[in-house]
Structures are given as C-alpha cells and as structure tokens.
Design a protein around this ligand. Structure first.
Ligand SMILES: [Zn+2]
Length: 696
C-alpha cells in the first residue's frame, strides 16, 4: 500500500489515509454502479475485491474514517435484537388485481369515467415477485430502510438493506437536484439463479430449503445478523417515491422513474409507456414471453396512470389506489391425487370443504391442501376421494382444485362424495339458503364457530394475542375456561386452574395472561375487526373506528349514519345493525367495557366541524375542475351526504354546465343552488352558510 511508505508522521498518515479512503470509495461506488445499475462492469471481481480489502484495512486502522455511506458498510453490522417498528409517513399501497383483458378494460374505463376523460397515458411495469421496501435518504445519504409490513407499519431493516449492492448508500448527482428528504420505494428480490445455489448450500448444511425465491428473499432480509444477509445476493429494482420533503415531485410517474435512476436507484429496464388498452395488452403479452428468460420471478404487470396530478385526482378506494392495477398472469397448474375431503366450520358457521392432497409443487411452492369452495362445487365437478385432480395457484391466492384429471380412470369402487348434512362440530342440521352457495351451521352456540372466532380474535391482524393460537383456542372453550369473548379478559382470575393444565406450564400461562393484558391497549379498529362481525374487515373496522370513536358509538350507530361512510354499502350497514340488534352481542360489548376493554379512537376527524358535515348535496351537470364523482367524494370526506336526486331534504344543488331537470326541480322545491366555484369555496373554507334544516 503506497501511502504507508510516503507517510512519515502520524498526522501525515491520517491525511493520506483520508485521501486514499475517499478515492477507494469513489472507485468502488463507481464500479458498483456500472456493475449493478448499468450492467457494464469496469473492474473484475479480483480488482474490486482488492480495493474493498484495502478500504476495510484503512477503516480498521483509522476508525474515524468510517462513514455510514462507505461501501464497507455493506458487509454487515453487528446482530441487532429483533427489528424496530417503522411507521410509514406515506402508507405503502396494495393493488387491486385483474386477470384478463375484460377486467383490465373495466378498470381503465372506471378510471376514465371518474376523471371524465377520453384517455389517459399509462406506464406498464413488470410485477416483481419480491418484497416491497421503502428507503429514506436524508441529504442524499441512506438513513433508514423499512419493509412494507401491513402497509402502515413495517420493520426497520436498515442494517440488512445496507448490504444490498444495488441499493445506493448515497444518492448521486448535484445536491440541488436531490430532495433533502426522499423515500425511494421498490422491490427487493433474490435472483432465481442464486436461489438454486442457496438451496443447494442449505441442503448440504441440512438446513430446510426455501420454498421459493420470494421466501428466500424475505428470510434473507429478516436475518438478525446482517453479516448473514450480506452473504445473500439480494438485488433491488426501484419503482416509486414515497415521502418527499423540500422538493417538487416530477409531474409524471415516468419522470419519477428517470429521476430515481439518475440518483443511482436502478429501475427495471422493461418498463414502458402505453396509451391505449391495446398497447397495454401488447405489453402484457410481451411480459409473458420474456418471463421465462428473466432471472427473477414476475407474477404479472402493474399498470399505472402516468400523470401524477391525475393520480391524485383518482385517489383511493379503501387502500387500493384507483390509478394503478395489477394484471396477474394466469394461475400455474399441476396434477396430483386427492387423498381425502375434509370439512371445516368457520367462525360464521360456513362449512368449507378442503382437499388433502398428495404434496405437489405448483409455481415453485409445495401444496398439500387446497380449497374445494363449497358443497355445490364438489357436486358439480364430481370430486371424489382418490381422484387424480388438477390444482392451481395464482400469486398468493389459496390453492384450489380445478377439475378431475381423468374421470374414466377411476377405480371401480369410487364413490361420489357425500357432503355432511349436519355440522361436524355440534351435529346441528345444516342450512343452505338459495341465494348463497354456502352451507351453514346456524347454531349460535356451535363450539367450532366459537373456537374459530377465538382464534381470529387473537390473530396477528386482530388483537395479536400471542399464545392464543389454534390449539389453545380449542382447548380453552373445551375445558370450560372461556365461553364467550369477554371471558378472555377474566382468565387472569383463573391463573391457578390454568397452571393445572397439561402442556401449559407457568411460563406459558403467564405469557398468555401478559399478552391478553397487553391486548387491552390495541386500537379500537383492531378490536372491532377482532370481534368477527360479519362483513367487517380490517379496513371497514378502521372507518367505523374513526367515525364512531368507541365501542358504544359503533354499537349504537344507525343504518343511516353507517351509509354515510364512504366505502360502506347497504349490505354491510344492515349486517352491522343486525349484529348489534342481537342481545348477546350488545351484552358482549357492555361486558368488555366493564372489564376495561374500551379503546377510544380520538383521531381528530378533519371533517367533524366542517359546515358540510351532515349536509346533503346533489351534484349535477358538467363541472370544470373536477368530475361529479370527485365532487361527491369530496363531500363525503367532509362528512356530508351526496345523493342522486333532489328532494325537500336536499340542502344544496351543485349545478355545473348544462344542468337539466335537477336544477328545475331544485328551483321548484326552493333548494339552494350553488355553482362550482361556490362549491369549491364551501369545501375549502366552509364559507357558504349552511341552510337551516327548517324546510317549510
Ligand atoms: Zn355447529
């Protein structure tokens, strides 16, 4: 190493070391970029390695030279105890799916109708089968990397992500062109070729092989010891910006991708623009053709509306953006033997048949069980135990049995399957209503239903009570410890009895009781979801929580109030009021409150004190700056109601150009008519006085 001989004093040595380290870092970073981002290596492996070793030695001799963005940081930091939680400043989205051209056309048409446009340019991207990551850079230097998690909260995997060579530790380009804070998002994956190598190594070491590259990537990213992650050749493509501070975003998605690439974040080269449904379909066909030749898994194509201002006008339905959709490739299929048919009783009493299969690999995953949907499906397709059957899976969808492979090759003793006409758990005769394909056990006291409910109540997406899994959810009711949900919060009174149980032991009992205690502080939305109210998913639970603030609030909500929530339709509204009209369910809520399980959602409701709150609007005619759907969304988001026809109860008619019969009717009924700019002023500033509710 040349600097050693030149340096005669310690000060001189440090100065030289600083210069040399800077030079080495620049060379290594440049080499990495050429290799990983531009696919044009400049240094060969040995040359790269020599520089890296020299830099490592330098930093070891002069620890003060180490910088967080030094390429040496990619070799891994000391093990960390678990991962910290990260709240995403901008939630990470999920995407809706379509599976064929008709589905895509329908999506595109809905978007155009919403915008009242004839067409909108799009961008098509390969849907990489990996893990979404959000990486935050502050003044151009990587600060934090987080997994998607549930979209709202992920895990801090910064130390591990530093080891991924295609992830820039420092953004490139003139500082004035890099936002002071910027979050780059993309997909991390393990190349297929490396996946096979990794599994060969694992098998040699007698460690269970990963089922697919996606799992391997996930496993690698979540290593507690980042030196382990560093050994896994993970790779990454970037495709979006998340949180951005102190800079204007580009005006289109396409330009965003170019900006990210300029900063050193690799984009997927296949990405292309499309202006029509035909161009999108051609792109999808092309993706299907190149799929086999790629060194990473893709399971479809993501189509996004290119203009960011149109994206923000389109907004969201629930958590899915209206401006992007995933076109999924057809499911992968395989043939195997249907060993036996079993029936599960779900928490709402639905009897769900499932197939026990001879394990078979489909789309890179070993499948041993698959859904048979329902009684009618089994009868229609004549599935029998012992049949050779075709099964399929698409993406993360539960595998399903598609059809019998060869009915004529059945053995002579093959018998049609007889669906049980009584609940396998409680023996109650099952019911199958005409309008639904589901066979149900309608016994409200059915043990199997309650066990499932308990399991759901404690599951990760619900109250996340560790130690109350499938087995304990069965044991506690069967042994008489729990006969309704409220009893969960009475368990601590029976600690001594629990200790008597086989297989429990003091640690497990205390951990369970501790987890139950901790679940009291879960937010209201989680509790509402956990109660397993028919039709209430985790998203609608959030809407209810935000709107009604407490268990009592939700319990006493009227159908009309429920319908005013954007996203809740008449079916869910009536199911919910039905649920709370049952005395036992009202009692359960009262019991929970008495037991101190009464989370309050005090998230300020921006619309609560807006004058539009509770006011009824009808929007008609053609508006200049927004579509009617957007205007209606705007109204609902402020707590107002947007209805379709003018009645005496209408407070305002928003009349755009060429307003017709509704305008006449409003004038006849003396409903206040406002134009678009008055409407906007009202929405923005709440300045148009509200008409009193004293219709005469
Ligand atoms: Zn039953």
């Amino acid at each position: 190493m040349q600097f050693d001989s030149d340096a005669s004093t310690p000060e001189g040595a440090l100065e030289d070391a600083t210069t040399r380290a800077t030079q080495l870092r620049a060379e290594i970073n440049r080499a990495n970029r050429l290799y990983y981002i531009e696919d044009a290596p400049e240094l060969d492996d040995a040359e790269w390695d020599a520089r890296m070793q020299e830099l490592l030695a330098l930093e070891e001799a002069h620890p003060e030279l180490k910088t967080p963005d030094s390429p040496t940081q990619r070799v891994g930091a000391p093990p960390s105890p678990g991962f910290d939680e990260v709240v995403h400043p901008v939630p990470m989205l999920s995407l809706g799916n379509v599976f064929d051209e008709d589905g895509f056309r329908a999506w595109y048409k809905r978007a155009l109708d919403f915008l009242e446009l004839e067409s909108a340019p799009m961008v098509c991207e390969l849907k990489i089968d990996g893990l979404a990551l959000a990486i935050t850079y502050r003044v151009g230097v990587m600060e934090r990397a987080a997994t998607r998690g549930d979209g709202e909260r992920g895990e801090d995997v910064t130390a591990n992500v530093r080891t991924i060579r295609s992830v820039p530790l420092k953004l490139e380009g003139p500082p004035e062109e890099i936002p002071p804070v910027v979050e780059l998002r993309g997909e991390v994956f393990l190349p297929n070729s490396k996946f096979s190598e990794l599994n060969i190594e694992r098998e040699a070491a007698e460690i269970p092989a990963y089922v697919n590259p996606r799992n391997a990537a996930s496993g690698s990213l979540r290593q507690l010891d980042s030196t382990e992650t560093a050994k896994r050749p993970l790779d990454m493509f970037f495709y979006a910006l998340g949180y951005v501070e102190g800079a204007e975003s580009p005006s289109s998605h396409w330009d965003t991708l170019q900006a990210i690439n300029k900063w050193g974040g690799r984009k997927n080269e296949w990405t292309r623009k499309a202006n029509t449904v035909e161009e999108v379909m051609a792109a999808i066909a092309n993706a299907g053709e190149v799929r086999e030749s790629l060194d990473y898994g893709i399971d479809g194509v993501v189509i996004k509306i290119d203009s960011l201002s149109l994206q923000s006008r389109l907004g969201f339905v629930g958590r899915d953006p209206r401006w992007a959709i995933a076109y999924k490739f057809p499911a992968e299929q395989a043939e195997t033997t249907l060993k036996a048919i079993h029936v599960n009783v779900g928490r709402t009493g639905a009897l769900t048949p499932w197939a026990e299969l001879e394990p078979v690999i489909v789309g890179g995953v070993t499948v041993g069980r698959a859904t048979l949907h329902n009684k009618d499906e089994i009868a229609r397709k004549d599935f029998r135990e012992g049949d050779r059957v075709v099964i399929q899976r698409a993406g993360d969808v539960i595998p399903q049995v598609v059809e019998v492979a060869a009915k004529n090759q059945r053995p002579d003793d093959s018998q049609p399957y007889e669906f049980p006409d009584a609940c396998p758990s409680c023996g109650t005769e099952t019911v199958q209503t005409e309008d639904e394909a589901v066979t149900r056990c309608v016994n409200g006291a059915c043990p199997a239903q309650f066990e499932r409910l308990l399991e759901h109540f404690a599951s990760r997406g619900a109250l996340d009570i560790e130690g109350l899994g499938e087995r304990v959810s069965q044991d506690l009711p069967r042994l008489g410890f729990v006969s309704n949900i409220a009893d969960v919060y009475r368990l601590h009174e029976r600690r001594e009895d629990l200790l008597e149980l086989e297989k429990m032991g003091e640690t497990r009992v205390d951990n369970l009781l501790k987890a139950i205690e901790a679940s009291r502080s879960q937010p209201l939305s989680k509790l509402l979801f956990a109660l397993g109210i028919p039709g209430i998913g985790s998203e609608s639970a959030e809407w209810l929580s935000r709107r009604f603030h407490s268990l009592t609030g939700v319990k006493d909500a009227t159908e009309e109030e429920l319908l005013a929530i954007d996203g809740i339709g008449p079916i869910v509204a009536s199911t919910l009021t039905d649920y709370f009209s049952v005395e036992q369910n009202r009692q359960l809520v009262d019991d929970l409150i008495e037991l101190g399980v009464n989370p309050i959602d005090d998230t300020p409701e921006p619309s609560a004190d807006h004058p539009a709150n509770g006011v009824t609007f009808v929007v008609t005619g053609r508006l200049e700056t927004m579509s009617r759907s957007e205007a209606q969304n705007r109204i609902k988001s402020l707590g107002g109601k947007a209805t379709g026809s003018v009645t005496k109860k209408t407070n305002y008619l928003v009349a755009g150009a060429e307003a017709g019969s509704k305008l006449e009717k409003a004038q006849r009924l003396d409903v206040r008519v406002i134009n678009e700019s008055m409407f906007i002023a009202f929405m923005e500033y709440g300045e148009v006085p509200v008409r009193p509710e004293t219709d005469s």
